[in-house]
Design a protein around this ligand. Structure first.
Ligand code: GLN
Length: 447
Protein backbone atom coordinates (compact mmCIF):
# COMPACT_ATOMS: atom_id res chain seq x y z
CA UNK A 1 0.00 0.00 0.00
CA UNK A 2 2.81 2.40 0.89
CA UNK A 3 4.36 1.84 -2.53
CA UNK A 4 1.12 2.65 -4.37
CA UNK A 5 0.50 5.72 -2.21
CA UNK A 6 3.94 7.00 -3.13
CA UNK A 7 3.21 6.38 -6.80
CA UNK A 8 -0.04 8.31 -6.46
CA UNK A 9 1.79 11.25 -4.97
CA UNK A 10 4.44 11.15 -7.66
CA UNK A 11 1.82 11.08 -10.41
CA UNK A 12 -0.62 13.61 -9.01
CA UNK A 13 -0.31 15.74 -12.18
CA UNK A 14 -2.00 12.95 -14.20
CA UNK A 15 -5.25 13.66 -12.30
CA UNK A 16 -6.28 10.00 -12.22
CA UNK A 17 -7.76 9.99 -8.72
CA UNK A 18 -10.78 11.97 -7.57
CA UNK A 19 -10.03 10.84 -4.03
CA UNK A 20 -7.55 8.59 -2.25
CA UNK A 21 -9.12 6.55 0.56
CA UNK A 22 -6.19 6.93 2.97
CA UNK A 23 -8.01 5.82 6.11
CA UNK A 24 -10.24 3.01 4.91
CA UNK A 25 -7.46 1.57 2.73
CA UNK A 26 -4.99 1.55 5.62
CA UNK A 27 -7.55 -0.04 7.94
CA UNK A 28 -8.40 -2.72 5.37
CA UNK A 29 -4.69 -3.38 4.69
CA UNK A 30 -4.10 -3.93 8.38
CA UNK A 31 -7.05 -6.28 8.67
CA UNK A 32 -5.89 -8.24 5.61
CA UNK A 33 -2.38 -8.51 7.01
CA UNK A 34 -3.77 -10.14 10.13
CA UNK A 35 -5.73 -12.59 8.03
CA UNK A 36 -2.66 -13.37 5.96
CA UNK A 37 -0.72 -14.05 9.16
CA UNK A 38 -3.52 -16.28 10.39
CA UNK A 39 -3.66 -18.10 7.06
CA UNK A 40 -7.28 -17.16 6.45
CA UNK A 41 -6.90 -14.54 3.72
CA UNK A 42 -9.18 -14.45 0.66
CA UNK A 43 -8.45 -14.80 -3.04
CA UNK A 44 -7.54 -11.15 -3.58
CA UNK A 45 -5.55 -10.74 -0.38
CA UNK A 46 -3.65 -7.50 -0.56
CA UNK A 47 -4.57 -6.69 -4.15
CA UNK A 48 -4.65 -2.88 -4.25
CA UNK A 49 -7.52 -1.76 -6.46
CA UNK A 50 -8.85 1.59 -7.63
CA UNK A 51 -12.54 1.98 -8.45
CA UNK A 52 -14.12 4.26 -11.00
CA UNK A 53 -15.97 7.12 -9.35
CA UNK A 54 -19.38 5.76 -10.36
CA UNK A 55 -19.19 2.67 -8.14
CA UNK A 56 -20.79 3.02 -4.71
CA UNK A 57 -18.80 2.27 -1.57
CA UNK A 58 -20.53 2.64 1.79
CA UNK A 59 -19.69 5.91 3.60
CA UNK A 60 -17.47 7.10 0.74
CA UNK A 61 -18.18 9.95 -1.60
CA UNK A 62 -19.22 9.01 -5.14
CA UNK A 63 -19.69 11.68 -7.82
CA UNK A 64 -19.64 10.14 -11.34
CA UNK A 65 -17.25 13.07 -11.91
CA UNK A 66 -20.23 15.42 -11.95
CA UNK A 67 -20.94 18.61 -10.09
CA UNK A 68 -24.43 17.14 -9.71
CA UNK A 69 -23.21 14.57 -7.18
CA UNK A 70 -20.32 16.46 -5.62
CA UNK A 71 -20.34 15.77 -1.90
CA UNK A 72 -22.78 12.85 -2.15
CA UNK A 73 -21.85 10.07 0.28
CA UNK A 74 -23.01 6.57 -0.60
CA UNK A 75 -25.33 4.98 1.96
CA UNK A 76 -24.47 1.45 0.78
CA UNK A 77 -21.85 -0.56 -1.08
CA UNK A 78 -22.25 -1.91 -4.59
CA UNK A 79 -22.16 -5.69 -4.96
CA UNK A 80 -18.76 -5.48 -6.68
CA UNK A 81 -17.24 -3.50 -3.81
CA UNK A 82 -18.67 -5.96 -1.28
CA UNK A 83 -17.21 -8.88 -3.20
CA UNK A 84 -13.79 -7.24 -3.50
CA UNK A 85 -13.65 -6.57 0.23
CA UNK A 86 -14.90 -10.04 1.13
CA UNK A 87 -11.94 -11.49 -0.76
CA UNK A 88 -9.59 -9.08 1.03
CA UNK A 89 -8.74 -6.62 -1.70
CA UNK A 90 -7.71 -3.12 -0.60
CA UNK A 91 -9.64 -0.29 -2.28
CA UNK A 92 -7.26 2.63 -2.57
CA UNK A 93 -9.47 5.34 -4.02
CA UNK A 94 -11.97 6.51 -6.59
CA UNK A 95 -10.88 7.26 -10.10
CA UNK A 96 -11.63 10.11 -12.43
CA UNK A 97 -13.91 9.44 -15.42
CA UNK A 98 -16.08 11.23 -17.93
CA UNK A 99 -19.16 12.79 -16.35
CA UNK A 100 -21.72 10.00 -15.79
CA UNK A 101 -19.42 7.83 -17.95
CA UNK A 102 -20.43 9.79 -21.06
CA UNK A 103 -17.40 10.37 -23.19
CA UNK A 104 -14.45 8.74 -24.84
CA UNK A 105 -11.52 10.80 -23.58
CA UNK A 106 -12.10 11.62 -19.92
CA UNK A 107 -12.43 15.27 -20.89
CA UNK A 108 -16.05 15.72 -19.80
CA UNK A 109 -15.19 15.21 -16.11
CA UNK A 110 -16.15 18.07 -13.79
CA UNK A 111 -12.80 17.44 -12.09
CA UNK A 112 -10.69 18.00 -15.19
CA UNK A 113 -9.16 15.71 -17.78
CA UNK A 114 -6.79 12.83 -17.07
CA UNK A 115 -3.39 12.74 -18.77
CA UNK A 116 -1.98 9.68 -20.49
CA UNK A 117 1.20 8.59 -18.68
CA UNK A 118 2.85 7.70 -22.02
CA UNK A 119 2.58 11.33 -23.20
CA UNK A 120 1.03 14.05 -21.08
CA UNK A 121 -0.36 15.94 -24.07
CA UNK A 122 -2.58 12.98 -24.92
CA UNK A 123 -5.90 11.80 -23.53
CA UNK A 124 -6.17 8.76 -21.31
CA UNK A 125 -9.23 7.56 -23.19
CA UNK A 126 -12.62 7.30 -21.62
CA UNK A 127 -14.79 7.15 -19.94
CA UNK A 128 -12.73 5.09 -17.44
CA UNK A 129 -9.60 7.18 -18.09
CA UNK A 130 -8.55 7.40 -14.45
CA UNK A 131 -8.92 3.63 -14.10
CA UNK A 132 -6.57 3.04 -17.05
CA UNK A 133 -3.93 5.58 -16.08
CA UNK A 134 -3.89 4.42 -12.46
CA UNK A 135 -2.83 0.95 -13.62
CA UNK A 136 -0.55 2.32 -16.35
CA UNK A 137 1.39 4.49 -13.86
CA UNK A 138 1.40 1.79 -11.17
CA UNK A 139 -0.83 3.74 -8.77
CA UNK A 140 -2.75 0.52 -8.06
CA UNK A 141 -2.38 -3.06 -9.22
CA UNK A 142 -5.69 -3.17 -11.04
CA UNK A 143 -8.87 -1.19 -11.30
CA UNK A 144 -12.57 -1.40 -11.97
CA UNK A 145 -14.27 0.65 -14.62
CA UNK A 146 -17.63 0.47 -16.32
CA UNK A 147 -18.10 -0.23 -20.00
CA UNK A 148 -21.30 0.86 -21.71
CA UNK A 149 -19.86 1.27 -25.19
CA UNK A 150 -16.13 0.83 -24.75
CA UNK A 151 -15.27 2.73 -21.60
CA UNK A 152 -13.05 0.02 -20.20
CA UNK A 153 -11.58 -1.34 -23.44
CA UNK A 154 -10.71 1.95 -25.15
CA UNK A 155 -8.86 3.63 -22.24
CA UNK A 156 -7.09 0.32 -21.53
CA UNK A 157 -6.03 0.33 -25.20
CA UNK A 158 -4.82 3.95 -25.07
CA UNK A 159 -2.77 3.17 -21.96
CA UNK A 160 -1.35 -0.23 -22.96
CA UNK A 161 -3.36 -2.28 -20.45
CA UNK A 162 -5.78 -5.21 -20.54
CA UNK A 163 -9.43 -4.17 -20.49
CA UNK A 164 -12.24 -6.70 -20.15
CA UNK A 165 -15.94 -6.06 -20.67
CA UNK A 166 -17.70 -9.24 -19.57
CA UNK A 167 -20.96 -10.53 -21.04
CA UNK A 168 -23.93 -8.33 -20.21
CA UNK A 169 -25.40 -9.96 -17.12
CA UNK A 170 -22.20 -11.59 -15.87
CA UNK A 171 -21.53 -9.00 -13.13
CA UNK A 172 -24.05 -7.25 -10.91
CA UNK A 173 -24.80 -3.59 -11.58
CA UNK A 174 -26.21 -3.05 -8.10
CA UNK A 175 -24.65 0.13 -6.76
CA UNK A 176 -23.28 1.30 -10.09
CA UNK A 177 -24.47 4.75 -11.10
CA UNK A 178 -26.58 4.03 -14.15
CA UNK A 179 -25.87 5.47 -17.57
CA UNK A 180 -27.63 3.09 -20.00
CA UNK A 181 -28.88 0.12 -18.03
CA UNK A 182 -29.23 -2.37 -20.88
CA UNK A 183 -25.57 -1.79 -21.83
CA UNK A 184 -23.71 -0.96 -18.59
CA UNK A 185 -21.26 -3.57 -17.35
CA UNK A 186 -18.50 -3.43 -14.78
CA UNK A 187 -15.14 -4.29 -16.31
CA UNK A 188 -11.56 -4.70 -15.18
CA UNK A 189 -8.32 -2.99 -16.14
CA UNK A 190 -5.18 -4.94 -15.30
CA UNK A 191 -1.67 -5.56 -16.49
CA UNK A 192 -1.96 -9.36 -16.39
CA UNK A 193 -4.59 -11.82 -17.59
CA UNK A 194 -4.26 -13.73 -14.31
CA UNK A 195 -5.46 -10.66 -12.42
CA UNK A 196 -8.33 -10.23 -14.89
CA UNK A 197 -9.36 -13.85 -14.34
CA UNK A 198 -9.10 -13.63 -10.55
CA UNK A 199 -11.14 -10.45 -10.44
CA UNK A 200 -13.82 -11.83 -12.76
CA UNK A 201 -14.30 -15.00 -10.72
CA UNK A 202 -14.75 -12.88 -7.60
CA UNK A 203 -17.05 -10.29 -9.16
CA UNK A 204 -19.24 -12.45 -11.42
CA UNK A 205 -22.37 -14.35 -10.54
CA UNK A 206 -25.95 -14.08 -9.38
CA UNK A 207 -27.02 -11.27 -7.08
CA UNK A 208 -30.40 -10.93 -5.43
CA UNK A 209 -30.19 -7.17 -5.90
CA UNK A 210 -29.86 -7.27 -9.70
CA UNK A 211 -32.26 -9.50 -11.60
CA UNK A 212 -30.41 -8.98 -14.88
CA UNK A 213 -27.43 -10.97 -13.61
CA UNK A 214 -27.27 -14.49 -15.03
CA UNK A 215 -27.69 -17.40 -12.61
CA UNK A 216 -25.07 -19.35 -14.61
CA UNK A 217 -22.34 -20.84 -12.42
CA UNK A 218 -19.08 -18.89 -12.37
CA UNK A 219 -16.08 -20.91 -13.56
CA UNK A 220 -12.74 -20.57 -11.81
CA UNK A 221 -11.33 -18.59 -14.67
CA UNK A 222 -7.87 -18.31 -13.16
CA UNK A 223 -7.49 -22.10 -13.04
CA UNK A 224 -8.31 -22.57 -16.71
CA UNK A 225 -5.88 -20.06 -18.15
CA UNK A 226 -3.43 -22.65 -19.38
CA UNK A 227 -5.92 -24.60 -21.45
CA UNK A 228 -4.61 -23.26 -24.74
CA UNK A 229 -6.52 -24.43 -27.78
CA UNK A 230 -6.37 -23.65 -31.46
CA UNK A 231 -9.13 -21.14 -32.13
CA UNK A 232 -11.15 -20.36 -35.18
CA UNK A 233 -11.09 -16.58 -35.45
CA UNK A 234 -13.25 -14.35 -37.63
CA UNK A 235 -11.70 -11.07 -38.68
CA UNK A 236 -14.37 -8.50 -39.44
CA UNK A 237 -13.23 -7.38 -42.87
CA UNK A 238 -14.98 -4.00 -42.87
CA UNK A 239 -13.34 -3.01 -39.59
CA UNK A 240 -9.85 -3.67 -40.93
CA UNK A 241 -10.60 -1.97 -44.26
CA UNK A 242 -12.31 0.99 -42.62
CA UNK A 243 -11.07 4.40 -43.84
CA UNK A 244 -11.15 5.61 -40.26
CA UNK A 245 -8.48 3.14 -39.19
CA UNK A 246 -5.05 4.68 -38.62
CA UNK A 247 -2.52 2.91 -40.93
CA UNK A 248 -0.16 2.24 -38.01
CA UNK A 249 -2.92 0.60 -35.98
CA UNK A 250 -3.89 -1.41 -39.03
CA UNK A 251 -0.29 -2.55 -39.62
CA UNK A 252 0.05 -3.72 -36.02
CA UNK A 253 -3.18 -5.70 -36.26
CA UNK A 254 -2.16 -7.33 -39.55
CA UNK A 255 1.16 -8.39 -38.01
CA UNK A 256 -0.72 -9.82 -35.09
CA UNK A 257 -3.06 -11.75 -37.41
CA UNK A 258 -0.03 -13.24 -39.13
CA UNK A 259 1.40 -14.32 -35.74
CA UNK A 260 -1.88 -15.97 -34.85
CA UNK A 261 -1.81 -17.97 -38.08
CA UNK A 262 1.81 -18.96 -37.44
CA UNK A 263 0.76 -20.24 -34.03
CA UNK A 264 -1.80 -22.52 -35.68
CA UNK A 265 -5.03 -20.60 -35.15
CA UNK A 266 -7.40 -20.45 -38.08
CA UNK A 267 -8.13 -16.99 -39.42
CA UNK A 268 -10.97 -16.21 -41.76
CA UNK A 269 -12.01 -12.80 -43.07
CA UNK A 270 -15.75 -12.41 -42.86
CA UNK A 271 -17.91 -9.60 -44.11
CA UNK A 272 -19.79 -7.58 -41.53
CA UNK A 273 -22.05 -5.23 -43.42
CA UNK A 274 -23.67 -3.54 -40.41
CA UNK A 275 -20.76 -1.31 -39.46
CA UNK A 276 -22.51 1.91 -40.49
CA UNK A 277 -25.44 1.21 -38.16
CA UNK A 278 -23.47 0.57 -34.99
CA UNK A 279 -22.77 4.10 -33.81
CA UNK A 280 -26.24 5.52 -34.63
CA UNK A 281 -28.04 2.60 -32.95
CA UNK A 282 -25.77 2.81 -29.92
CA UNK A 283 -26.19 6.56 -29.41
CA UNK A 284 -29.95 6.54 -29.92
CA UNK A 285 -30.47 3.75 -27.42
CA UNK A 286 -27.97 4.88 -24.80
CA UNK A 287 -29.16 8.50 -24.94
CA UNK A 288 -32.74 7.31 -24.49
CA UNK A 289 -31.83 5.21 -21.46
CA UNK A 290 -29.62 7.98 -20.07
CA UNK A 291 -32.37 10.59 -20.30
CA UNK A 292 -34.57 8.32 -18.23
CA UNK A 293 -31.87 7.26 -15.73
CA UNK A 294 -30.73 10.82 -15.13
CA UNK A 295 -34.21 12.17 -14.44
CA UNK A 296 -33.68 11.26 -10.77
CA UNK A 297 -31.18 14.11 -10.37
CA UNK A 298 -33.68 16.84 -9.70
CA UNK A 299 -32.11 18.64 -6.77
CA UNK A 300 -34.73 17.16 -4.46
CA UNK A 301 -34.23 13.40 -4.34
CA UNK A 302 -30.57 13.62 -5.17
CA UNK A 303 -27.95 15.94 -6.30
CA UNK A 304 -26.96 19.54 -6.54
CA UNK A 305 -29.69 21.96 -5.44
CA UNK A 306 -30.03 25.52 -6.66
CA UNK A 307 -30.47 27.96 -3.80
CA UNK A 308 -32.48 30.84 -5.25
CA UNK A 309 -35.38 29.15 -7.06
CA UNK A 310 -38.83 30.38 -6.07
CA UNK A 311 -40.95 27.52 -7.43
CA UNK A 312 -40.56 23.76 -7.76
CA UNK A 313 -40.29 23.86 -11.54
CA UNK A 314 -37.66 26.54 -11.34
CA UNK A 315 -35.79 24.49 -8.73
CA UNK A 316 -35.67 21.47 -11.08
CA UNK A 317 -34.61 23.58 -14.03
CA UNK A 318 -31.92 25.55 -12.28
CA UNK A 319 -30.53 22.60 -10.34
CA UNK A 320 -30.18 20.54 -13.49
CA UNK A 321 -28.85 23.43 -15.54
CA UNK A 322 -26.14 24.08 -12.95
CA UNK A 323 -25.36 20.46 -12.02
CA UNK A 324 -24.91 18.81 -15.42
CA UNK A 325 -22.12 19.48 -17.89
CA UNK A 326 -22.54 20.10 -21.60
CA UNK A 327 -22.12 16.53 -22.84
CA UNK A 328 -24.60 15.13 -20.32
CA UNK A 329 -27.14 17.78 -21.32
CA UNK A 330 -26.63 16.90 -24.97
CA UNK A 331 -27.40 13.23 -24.25
CA UNK A 332 -30.48 14.08 -22.17
CA UNK A 333 -31.82 16.27 -24.98
CA UNK A 334 -31.09 13.66 -27.62
CA UNK A 335 -32.61 10.91 -25.48
CA UNK A 336 -35.74 12.87 -24.72
CA UNK A 337 -36.13 13.65 -28.41
CA UNK A 338 -35.86 10.04 -29.62
CA UNK A 339 -38.36 8.94 -26.99
CA UNK A 340 -40.89 11.65 -27.67
CA UNK A 341 -44.27 11.02 -29.29
CA UNK A 342 -43.99 10.97 -33.04
CA UNK A 343 -40.29 10.15 -33.04
CA UNK A 344 -40.34 7.07 -30.86
CA UNK A 345 -41.10 4.70 -33.76
CA UNK A 346 -38.75 6.39 -36.17
CA UNK A 347 -35.72 6.45 -33.89
CA UNK A 348 -35.97 4.50 -30.66
CA UNK A 349 -37.92 1.54 -31.93
CA UNK A 350 -35.96 1.41 -35.18
CA UNK A 351 -32.72 1.37 -33.20
CA UNK A 352 -34.07 -1.47 -31.02
CA UNK A 353 -34.72 -3.47 -34.18
CA UNK A 354 -31.24 -2.74 -35.47
CA UNK A 355 -29.85 -3.90 -32.14
CA UNK A 356 -31.74 -7.17 -32.46
CA UNK A 357 -30.35 -7.73 -35.97
CA UNK A 358 -26.82 -7.03 -34.78
CA UNK A 359 -27.19 -9.50 -31.96
CA UNK A 360 -28.56 -12.15 -34.32
CA UNK A 361 -25.72 -11.56 -36.76
CA UNK A 362 -23.21 -12.07 -33.95
CA UNK A 363 -24.97 -15.23 -32.77
CA UNK A 364 -24.72 -16.64 -36.28
CA UNK A 365 -21.03 -15.78 -36.43
CA UNK A 366 -20.38 -17.61 -33.19
CA UNK A 367 -21.97 -20.77 -34.60
CA UNK A 368 -18.90 -21.01 -36.83
CA UNK A 369 -16.19 -19.20 -34.91
CA UNK A 370 -14.67 -19.16 -31.42
CA UNK A 371 -13.61 -15.55 -31.48
CA UNK A 372 -14.12 -12.38 -33.46
CA UNK A 373 -11.24 -9.98 -34.02
CA UNK A 374 -11.36 -6.23 -34.65
CA UNK A 375 -9.51 -3.07 -33.67
CA UNK A 376 -10.41 -1.43 -30.35
CA UNK A 377 -10.23 2.16 -31.54
CA UNK A 378 -9.46 3.66 -34.95
CA UNK A 379 -6.41 5.51 -33.62
CA UNK A 380 -3.92 5.55 -30.78
CA UNK A 381 -4.51 8.09 -27.97
CA UNK A 382 -5.25 11.52 -29.46
CA UNK A 383 -4.32 15.03 -28.30
CA UNK A 384 -6.18 16.54 -25.38
CA UNK A 385 -8.72 19.02 -26.77
CA UNK A 386 -8.64 17.66 -30.34
CA UNK A 387 -12.02 15.88 -30.43
CA UNK A 388 -13.85 17.96 -27.86
CA UNK A 389 -15.10 20.54 -30.34
CA UNK A 390 -16.88 17.94 -32.42
CA UNK A 391 -19.09 15.42 -30.63
CA UNK A 392 -19.71 13.45 -33.82
CA UNK A 393 -16.00 12.81 -34.32
CA UNK A 394 -15.85 11.65 -30.72
CA UNK A 395 -18.87 9.36 -31.18
CA UNK A 396 -17.56 7.86 -34.42
CA UNK A 397 -14.37 6.81 -32.62
CA UNK A 398 -16.51 4.28 -30.70
CA UNK A 399 -17.31 2.37 -33.88
CA UNK A 400 -15.44 -0.83 -32.98
CA UNK A 401 -16.19 -1.00 -29.26
CA UNK A 402 -19.95 -0.54 -29.42
CA UNK A 403 -20.51 -3.75 -31.41
CA UNK A 404 -20.19 -6.16 -28.44
CA UNK A 405 -21.99 -3.59 -26.28
CA UNK A 406 -25.01 -3.71 -28.57
CA UNK A 407 -24.90 -7.52 -28.78
CA UNK A 408 -23.96 -8.11 -25.13
CA UNK A 409 -20.95 -10.29 -25.97
CA UNK A 410 -17.82 -10.29 -23.80
CA UNK A 411 -14.84 -8.48 -25.31
CA UNK A 412 -11.27 -7.80 -24.32
CA UNK A 413 -8.69 -5.20 -25.37
CA UNK A 414 -5.17 -6.62 -25.38
CA UNK A 415 -1.98 -4.57 -25.71
CA UNK A 416 0.18 -4.95 -28.83
CA UNK A 417 3.21 -3.02 -27.61
CA UNK A 418 4.00 0.55 -28.62
CA UNK A 419 4.26 2.19 -32.02
CA UNK A 420 7.45 4.03 -32.98
CA UNK A 421 6.25 7.15 -31.15
CA UNK A 422 5.98 5.14 -27.95
CA UNK A 423 2.18 5.06 -27.99
CA UNK A 424 0.31 1.92 -26.93
CA UNK A 425 -1.35 -0.19 -29.65
CA UNK A 426 -4.14 -2.64 -29.04
CA UNK A 427 -6.42 -5.32 -30.49
CA UNK A 428 -9.92 -6.51 -29.57
CA UNK A 429 -11.25 -10.05 -29.29
CA UNK A 430 -14.94 -10.81 -28.84
CA UNK A 431 -16.38 -14.13 -27.66
CA UNK A 432 -19.74 -15.84 -27.44
CA UNK A 433 -22.00 -14.88 -24.53
CA UNK A 434 -20.55 -16.24 -21.28
CA UNK A 435 -17.43 -17.59 -23.02
CA UNK A 436 -15.09 -15.53 -20.83
CA UNK A 437 -13.29 -18.76 -19.99
CA UNK A 438 -12.21 -19.27 -23.57
CA UNK A 439 -11.53 -15.55 -24.08
CA UNK A 440 -9.21 -15.35 -21.07
CA UNK A 441 -7.32 -18.58 -21.78
CA UNK A 442 -6.78 -17.35 -25.32
CA UNK A 443 -5.66 -13.92 -24.05
CA UNK A 444 -3.19 -15.56 -21.72
CA UNK A 445 -1.64 -17.41 -24.63
CA UNK A 446 -1.78 -14.35 -26.90
CA UNK A 447 0.24 -12.19 -24.51
N1 GLN B 1 -17.81 6.75 -25.50
C1 GLN B 1 -19.00 6.03 -25.26
C2 GLN B 1 -20.09 6.96 -24.81
O1 GLN B 1 -19.84 8.07 -24.55
C3 GLN B 1 -18.77 4.93 -24.27
C4 GLN B 1 -18.91 5.34 -22.86
C5 GLN B 1 -18.98 4.20 -21.91
O2 GLN B 1 -18.74 3.04 -22.26
N2 GLN B 1 -19.34 4.51 -20.68
O3 GLN B 1 -21.21 6.58 -24.69
Amino acid sequence: LTYYLEQIKKNEHLNAFNEVFFYSAAAQAEKVQQKIDAGTAGKLAGMVIGIKDNICYLDHEVTASSKMLEGFVSPYSSTVVKRLLEEDAVIIGRLNCDEFAMGGSNETSYFGHVKNAADHSLVAGGSSGGSAVAVQADMCLSSLGTDTGGSVRQPAAFCGQIGLKPTYGRISRYGIIAYASSFDQVGTITSSVTDTALLLEVLAGADENDSTVSPLAVPEYSKHLHQHKKQKIAVLKETIDSDALDPKVKAAILTSIKDLEDKGHTIEYVSFDMLDYLVPAYYILTAAEASSNLSRYDGVHYGHRNTDATSLTELYKKSRAEGFGEEVKRRILLGTFVLSAGYYDAYYQKAQKVRRLIRERMDVLFEDFDLVLSPVAPTTAFKIGDNMQNPLVMYMADIFTVLPSLSGNPAIALPLGNNEDGLPLSIQFIAKHFDEDKLLAFSEEFL
